[in-house]
Design a protein around this ligand. Structure first.
Ligand SMILES: Cc1cc2nc3c(=O)[nH]c(=O)nc-3n(C[C@H](O)[C@H](O)[C@H](O)COP(=O)(O)OP(=O)(O)OC[C@H]3O[C@@H](n4cnc5c(N)ncnc54)[C@H](O)[C@@H]3O)c2cc1C
Length: 430
């Protein structure tokens, strides 16, 4: 059984995003200070920030700009992780955990700040992001989360049932935790714009250029692509769920999980005035996450992870997620979905993104667990600092050694989606 993600062209974003900047595949030999593998938000942000520091960079991407999670995600800019809060991060990583929590809490503002500073055209809407409570018992957890995030200076507001209902246009939830600096964008548009801005600052971005080997020769890192070769002092691996066997052991450190995204037909204005009327994005407190926002053309963007994605996925999604939308937002009813697409999330058992020093001058960021879009932008800036000599003690990234995510990775990771059956049981309990 081999699961495949959809082509990027299946995503609604492929029809609504601004065109990609012109790029070409790498042919011949070049030399730069830093080589970056992966043209998603993490790699491109690192490239942009390195160029702003006067460092020469080349980004090598196996497919197109945004080919991975960055171009096909839901588009939500979220200033939290899904399961860990500041206290968890401090308990796990000490001072580095506190710095990381602040980076996470500030990532949406940093992300929209870049949109504004560079005039990016990507349907950016910074009207906030909410985690609504799907059971009354989850309000206690949200209260604790609110205390922790506001405790480190992040703007967050606990909403009661009526306040949440007003922002959501839904009576289905028991309240929520609202982060006013969150929001949403056209993710492929953002990633392409990030590439455009980086290229304008003289970053070299090569597409259709998979790095097939890397090794050290005469003090330099050498990266080989089918038609080219890059020599660099330092390397950043920004490959997240799409990590292949390029660096021994890195692929085994994450479990790829297929996630589906869906877009409805554009909804009439009268519906959009009732549902998510201020334009917020929301993803609730369930592990079987319910998540929603409007895109720039008035489509609802939602989706799901299926426990058995290899069985009639699209038909089941139309039915299941159609019913879900009708249940949460009766004003819409059961919608027709014009687009269904998929992409890989990089899951790790401890639910915290992983940062590694792999060798002298080689660093990696993987394992965002479906929350690395705005965060990836902020992480890219930190990776850039790491590559220009900032010591770990001043970085907001908790570095750790690489370890295998699950035993017998090759055999067990294709069944990761079955874990949904386990998590759904907790969604129905107090
Ligand atoms: C369906 C879906 C929905 C999501 N929704 C959200 C959301 O709403 N909000 C949120 O915060 N996060 C979300 N995420 C997660 C988010 O998209 C990712 O965490 C983020 O995009 C990671 O960015 P990245 O740049 O690190 O990796 P990616 O964007 O995945 O880029 C990695 C790139 O590396 C390339 N690559 C890999 N190996 C090589 C090689 N050997 N040579 C050259 N190139 C290589 C790949 O082709 C790929 O383009 C979602 C993810 C998916 C899949």
């Amino acid at each position: 059984m081999r699961l495949r993600q959809s082509p990027l062209s299946a995503a609604i974003w492929a029809t609504t995003a601004i065109d990609a900047p012109e790029t070409r595949r790498l042919e011949g030999s070049i030399a730069v200070d830093v080589a970056i593998v992966g043209a998603g938000v993490t790699g491109l942000s690192a490239a942009l920030h390195l160029r702003e520091a006067g460092v020469t960079v080349a980004v090598l991407e196996a497919g197109a700009v945004g080919e991975g999670g960055s171009g096909r995600n839901n588009g939500m800019a979220i200033p939290t992780l899904s399961k860990l809060d500041p206290n968890d991060l401090v308990a796990r990583y000490g001072n580095a955990g506190e710095r990381f929590a602040k980076l996470i809490g500030g990532c949406s503002e940093q992300f929209f700040g870049a949109v504004r500073a560079h005039g990016m055209s990507c349907d950016a809407v910074q009207t906030g992001w909410m985690a609504p409570a799907h059971r009354a018992s989850r309000m206690e957890m949200l209260e604790s989360r609110a205390r922790q995030w506001t405790g480190i200076g992040v703007e967050a507001e606990l909403l009661d049932r009526d306040q949440a209902a007003k922002l959501l246009g839904s009576e289905w939830y028991h309240g929520g935790l609202f982060f006013p600096k969150g929001g949403h964008v056209n993710p492929l548009g953002f990633t392409r714009e990030l590439a455009r801005v980086a290229i304008a600052k003289d970053a070299a971005v090569y597409t259709e250029s998979p790095v097939t080997r890397m090794f050290k020769s005469e003090g330099k890192w050498v990266l080989r692509t089918p038609a080219g070769r890059v020599e660099a002092d330092r390397v950043i691996l920004a490959t997240n769920a799409y990590t292949d066997k390029l660096w021994p052991g890195l692929k085994r450190s994450v479990v790829p999980l297929l996630n589906f995204q869906m877009a409805t037909q554009p909804q009439p204005e009268r519906v959009r005035k009732m549902v998510l009327p201020t334009g917020i994005a929301a993803s609730d407190t369930q592990s079987d996450l319910h998540f929603f926002h409007w895109d720039g053309e008035g489509r609802m963007i939602t989706g799901a992870t299926l426990a058995l994605p290899w069985i009639a996925a699209h038909a089941r999604l139309r039915d299941k997620i159609g019913d879900r939308v009708a249940k949460v937002f009766p004003a819409i009813g059961k919608p027709w979905f014009t687009h269904i697409w998929s992409g890989w999330l990089a899951m790790v058992p401890d639910f915290s993104p992983h940062f590694h020093h792999l060798d002298d001058g080689v660093i990696a960021a993987v394992g965002y667990c479906g929350r690395g879009f705005a965060l990836g932008f902020a992480v890219g800036a930190e990776l850039a600092k790491a590559s220009t000599g900032t010591p770990d003690s001043e970085l907001a990234l908790p570095f750790s050694p690489v370890k295998a995510a699950v035993p017998l990775h090759e055999i067990s990771s294709p069944f990761a989606s079955l874990a949904m059956l386990h998590y759904r049981r907790f969604d129905t309990r107090d």
